[in-house]
Design a protein around this ligand. Structure first.
Ligand code: HEC
Ligand code: HEC
Ligand code: HEC
Ligand code: HEC
Ligand code: HEC
Length: 468
């Protein structure tokens, strides 16, 4: 009997070898056999979470009843718009997008998914096998990277939802598990998916943690032990909830996650500075020749990654900095321009990195822009502008052409919004602008407020006139 059982066991084991698991239908490879759950956590949605005891729910809006300031900060963040991002909507509608996998980082919690992927037909990431999800919550789906994505996990013993926190408190009306290290490292799940190329064009293939670790030594001493939260969740003192008597003031962390300063709506520019945006780039004029004679003007700029804890720019491979130097006559007409692109260069289909000239931590790039100088030029101006570009005009046109495929179940009205992309979605932000009056030698550098106003004004600029 024992022998028979072990023989049967061996058969199952062998079958499992062919089909990856005993209980999967033929030809279906379970996710757990295809991906390593520790090294590739993004291949797995977080589990369906029960309502948190004492909260009566698990949506961000439920947390927001008490944690009003955290909620307000999060609402204005890119995390909260991770599903409704128009570029995201356009990209997941492409036939070659492994949509389920994209959703694992942009709407990661089981409750946010109308169906749950259990395996892959033939192991192919483009052929997910899913079952309907009775716990689907459409309101929570719209919350993108919601509070629970970072803060709520099932208790391993009971399966009941607990809140992961960073300090001991006896004041919380909900269960708390104190695990500061896990909480602060939660970013890794989504912001560091380095690994195998999953499809011919899988985007979101960033290595921000590796960049941080390899370049730590170049950071100013107080930042050498920084993690993502040190810079992206700055500390402040405040009470953590409303509606409770005598809560102590505590060290708390802003839930802004301000990054490269290209927000997802034009309206969001209005709060960008209040949300702590400071571009990492420092621009210094290091030399200028040829203003008073000769046949060329030569301006040397020093471009420094002053305070990013990683490459500038990091993350999405399509982001880049665009530095432009232009010479204008007294009437304002453009006489000559020079440009420098700082970013990664990829070839697509299959995706391959061809070049990468991003600025490492603390690195300075010297760039000399040489412009032909028309004879007799005495008056006029020399402009320097730098943009952080997230989306180029050609890529935007490509997305707009795909608008009819947008899934309106995920974003009501999404087809029209993507078709009218330039009116709704900022492509780039001005991070530096300065102007030199050639006659007087006076130089004026734009204030942060002026840069915001210029960035907002791009909304009305027709695509053919955009420089990126
Ligand atoms: C491993 C987690 C992960 C997966 C999987 C993932 N993303 Fe992302 N995505 C991110 C993170 C983190 C960012 C923010 C990085 C940034 O803003 O540069 C992001 C940003 C984006 C953006 C905005 C880019 C920008 O520059 O603002 C788009 C569009 C996007 N993702 C599309 C997709 C698509 C399409 C897929 C599936 C093919 C996908 N993502 C899969 C984590 C992921
Ligand atoms: C009914 C009010 C209420 C609701 C709803 C609520 N909280 Fe809390 N929460 C509190 C109070 C009060 C504290 C304790 C504050 C203190 O000790 O200063 C707290 C503490 C916390 C802490 C810190 C715990 C620690 O030990 O570090 C986190 C994180 C937290 N809540 C997250 C959430 C999340 C996420 C939700 C939604 C799923 C939520 N809370 C819903 C009232 C609430
Ligand atoms: C569940 C996945 C997930 C986790 C966990 C996560 N992020 Fe994100 N994060 C995203 C996605 C997706 C985006 C981009 C959304 C978009 O562009 O639409 C993003 C955007 C950002 C941005 C904004 C980039 C920009 O320029 O607007 C910053 C900064 C950021 N995250 C920092 C963090 C930090 C710090 C942590 C950890 C405390 C963290 N994230 C945890 C998925 C995640
Ligand atoms: C992208 C991940 C992420 C998301 C989303 C997120 N938090 Fe947090 N939260 C953190 C981290 C990390 C900390 C802890 C920082 C520390 O103490 O080291 C934290 C801390 C807290 C604290 C403790 C006090 C403080 O400010 O440090 C509260 C309360 C809290 N979060 C509530 C919320 C609420 C409410 C939401 C949704 C509206 C939310 N969080 C969304 C990552 C996140
Ligand atoms: C020393 C401070 C610092 C640390 C540490 C840091 N960042 Fe940043 N990060 C910045 C600054 C400053 C920017 C704005 C860069 C710019 O001007 O575009 C930024 C931008 C970003 C962006 C937007 C893309 C871009 O290049 O603008 C993402 C995404 C991001 N950070 C994620 C992370 C993650 C994930 C970690 C942890 C692995 C992290 N950051 C650690 C300072 C930091």
């Amino acid at each position: 009997m024992t022998r028979l059982a072990s023989l049967l066991g061996l058969c199952v084991f062998l079958l499992a070898g062919c089909r990856a698991a005993p209980d999967a239908p033929p030809g279906v490879v379970p996710l757990s056999a295809r991906f390593d759950s520790l090294a590739q956590p993004y291949a797995f949605a977080l589990p369906v979470l029960d309502p948190v005891e004492g909260v009566d729910g698990v949506r961000a809006e439920d947390c927001g009843r008490c944690h009003q300031t955290h909620y307000a900060e999060w609402r204005g963040s890119t995390h909260a718009s991770a599903l409704h991002d128009l570029q995201f909507q356009a990209e997941i509608s492409k036939p070659d997008a492994p949509k389920w996998l994209c959703l694992n980082c942009h709407i990661p919690v089981g409750n946010q998914r109308d169906s749950l992927v259990t395996g892959l037909a033939g192991g192919d990431v483009l052929r997910p096998v899913a079952r309907p999800n009775p716990a689907f919550d459409a309101r929570m789906q719209a919350e993108g990277v919601t509070c629970a994505a970072c803060h709520v996990r099932p208790d391993p013993a009971t399966g009941r939802s607990v809140i992961v926190g960073a300090f001991e408190t006896d004041r919380a009306p909900h269960p708390v598990r104190v695990d500061p290290a896990a909480l602060r490292d939660v970013c890794r799940r989504c912001h560091d998916p380095q690994g195998e190329p999953l499809t011919r064009n899988l985007v979101c293939w960033f290595e921000t943690y590796r960049e941080l670790d390899e370049g730590r030594a170049a950071l100013p001493p107080p930042l050498r032990s920084a993690d993502c939260g040190t810079c992206h969740m700055p500390a402040t003192r405040r009470r953590l909830a409303v509606g409770f008597d005598d809560l102590p003031l505590r060290t708390s962390h802003r839930h802004w996650w301000t990054g490269g300063g290209v927000p997802k709506t034009f309206g969001a520019y209005d709060s960008l500075l209040a949300r702590g945006f400071t571009p990492a780039l420092d621009v210094a004029w290091a030399g200028l020749d040829g203003v008073h004679g000769g046949d060329s003007l030569r301006l040397t700029l020093h471009l420094t990654n002053r305070n990013a804890g990683h490459h500038l720019p990091t993350a999405d491979p399509e982001r880049f900095l665009l530095a432009l130097v232009s010479l204008h006559d007294a009437g304002g007409d453009t006489l000559a321009t020079a440009r420098l692109r700082i970013g990664q260069t990829w070839a697509w289909n299959p995706a391959r990195k061809l070049a990468d000239n991003r600025l490492r931590q603390g690195e300075t790039r010297a760039w000399t822009a040489t412009l032909p100088r028309p004879p007799g030029l005495l008056r006029g101006r020399l402009d320097v502008t730098v943009l952080h570009v997230r989306l180029t005009t050609p890529n935007a046109r490509h997305m707009m052409a795909g608008a009819p495929a947008v899934d309106e179940a995920l974003l009501p009205g999404g087809r029209r919004l993507v078709a009218e992309l330039p009116a709704h979605y900022p492509f780039a932000t001005y991070v530096y602008a300065a102007s030199l009056d050639l006659a007087t030698g006076a130089r004026r550098v734009a204030t942060p407020e002026e840069l915001i106003a210029r960035s907002k004004a791009e909304q009305r600029r027709p695509l053919p006139e955009r420089v990126y």
